[in-house]
Structure formats: C-alpha cells, structure tokens
Design a protein around this ligand. Structure first.
Ligand code: ADP
Length: 177
C-alpha cells in the first residue's frame, strides 16, 4: 500500500468491499447459535482468513472478528482435550453462557480468541481515508457496516486489486496526480 495518489478517485468502501453483487453471502458466525460441527463445516468449505461474529443472522450486528487459524486450533484442542466437546456442542462467543438444556453436551467457549474491536468503516467512507487507516494501523482487513449492520469486508489484497484496476483503466492518473 504505497502510493496514495491513486485514490484521488472518488471510490467508496462499498465499491471495494466483498461480497460483490452475485458473490456468495458474507460468511459469518453467530455469537451463540452454531454448533461445533456447523462452525467446522463453514471453516472447511471456505478459504477466508477470518470470520465476523454477529449477534444473529437476522440482526447482522457485529460482535467481533475471529481468525480462521485460531478457530481451527481451538476447536481441535477442545475436541482432543476438553471433556464432552462433540460436534453438537454449542459454540459460544458471549461473555455469559446461555442456559444449558439438561441433556445438551457442554458448550465450547471461544470468547478468548475473539477480537472484540475489529476496525470498521461505513459503506460511504471514501477509500482514500480507508487506505490511510490501513497504512497507519497496519490492518490486514476491515469490516464495512451500514446503520450498524454488517455489510462486508475489505482486505489489504482487495485494496491492492482495486488500485491495480484503477491504474489499468486510467494509467495517466498515477503519473499526473
Ligand atoms: P486475502 O484478500 O488476503 O486473500 P482472505 O483469504 O481472507 O484474504 O479473503 C479472500 C477474499 O474473500 C477477499 O476478497 C475478501 O474480501 C473476501 N472475504 C474475506 N473474508 C470473508 C468472509 N468471511 N466472507 C466472505 N468473503 C470474505
């Protein structure tokens, strides 16, 4: 993320974020609504480096961000070492554990691997500001919201691709800005 000049264009976060129209939906985890098996399936069937955690699918309120690597390690450890953790165990990212039905297997508590303050911008944030923040904070990704609802994600690579596209479309812009 070097030259700043390329963003003398009026791109907004919404123009760079994923998913784009027609892409599969953003892959998110819910804070206390998924089983170990469901989380494992999501992680195995996608290649993303991380997953936003939301209150519920309906609300899409952001709770935090969890790295794929940390999820895999924690689930693997729990399955090996933690008594009673099975595919049907509920994964819980909340501070307080929900009431447990008498017959249910123990919860897998994963709040400790959750980043509770992932960086976010709104969909209308200009990309020059977003790029500045990426540089200054050394971010790898940032989340995009609209009216408090999670909309998408922007990774460093998404920004680099976007810069390359602008340069292709309009090579002079880089020389003369
Ligand atoms: P990178 O962009 O460095 O390859 P990722 O592998 O995490 O990082 O992301 C690959 C692509 O998928 C990027 O375009 C990114 O915006 C998008 N992406 C990242 N995480 C998710 C997610 N949880 N759900 C949907 N798309 C995602």
């Amino acid at each position: 993320l070097e030259a700043k000049e390329e963003f003398e264009h009026s791109s907004l976060a919404v123009d760079v974020m994923r998913p784009r129209r027609g892409d599969p939906a953003l892959a998110v985890l819910t804070q206390d609504g998924m089983t170990v098996e469901e989380v494992e399936n999501l992680v195995e069937n996608t290649h993303y480096s991380g997953f936003p955690v939301v209150v519920s699918q309906e609300s899409q309120r952001l709770v935090g961000f969890v790295l794929r690597r940390d999820l895999l390690i924690s689930i693997d450890n729990a399955r090996k070492r933690q008594d009673g953790i099975v595919g049907a165990s509920l994964v819980v990212f909340t501070e307080h554990t929900p009431l447990q039905p008498p017959e249910a297997p123990p919860f897998l508590r994963l709040r400790s691997i959750l980043d509770l303050s992932p960086f976010t911008v709104t969909d209308h944030t200009p990309m020059d500001i977003t790029v500045d923040i990426f540089r200054k904070l050394g971010l790898r990704q940032c989340l995009v919201t609209h009216n408090g609802r999670l909309l998408g994600i922007i990774t460093k690579k998404d920004i680099l691709k976007h810069m390359a596209q602008i340069a292709n479309r309009d090579p002079d812009s880089i020389l003369f800005n």
